[in-house]
Design a protein around this ligand. Sequence first.
Ligand SMILES: Nc1ncnc2c1ncn2[C@@H]1O[C@H](COP(=O)(O)OP(=O)(O)OP(=O)(O)O)[C@@H](O)[C@H]1O
Ligand SMILES: [Mg+2]
Length: 157
Amino acid sequence: MSNPVPAAEGRIHEFTTQSGADTVEVGRKLAHLLKPPQLLVLRGELGTGKTTLVKGIAQALDAAEPDEVTSPTFTLVHEYDGTLDGRQVKLYHLDVYRLESERQLETLGLDELLTPEALVVVEWGEKFKSIRKKATGEIAIASAGGDARKITVTLRE
Ligand SMILES: Nc1ncnc2c1ncn2[C@@H]1O[C@H](COP(=O)(O)OP(=O)(O)OP(=O)(O)O)[C@@H](O)[C@H]1O
Ligand SMILES: [Mg+2]
């Protein structure tokens, strides 16, 4: 795993990982770059490691152990309670892969989740314009051959 590369105004962070365990570790580091409230689109092809990254975020927040974080493919939203820099945080992990319309998305009540203490991470969030508009950042995971992945985190502000 490489260290984050400081880029334009410090808002872009890049990591390269070689295994799932590496990506969990990136998730742990990344958690400390996130200041609630955040709505992050988590994008990347099927099976690139999006859920794996969230395992690290949850672990860093003392919200859940990696094996307790599973894909919200069918349940759509998983909620965890944690702390970040001594403050309470709510981690909401969503997967909207199976949702087909903005109307279906509305039933999730995304706006209600986005409280001041919330970190909302949405796998496949880029599919929906309403999510892209509200997003405060994006995490993109791209395959880089074999088990290697390039993870690019862009935080707005
Ligand atoms: N460098 C890597 N980073 C992340 N996962 C990796 C890496 N190398 C191998 N893997 C494996 O790839 C799989 C990624 O699965 P994961 O469920 O995290 O993907 P996902 O992007 O959430 O998929 P989906 O689109 O189906 O939700 C895991 O089994 C993980 O161990
Ligand atoms: Mg997933």
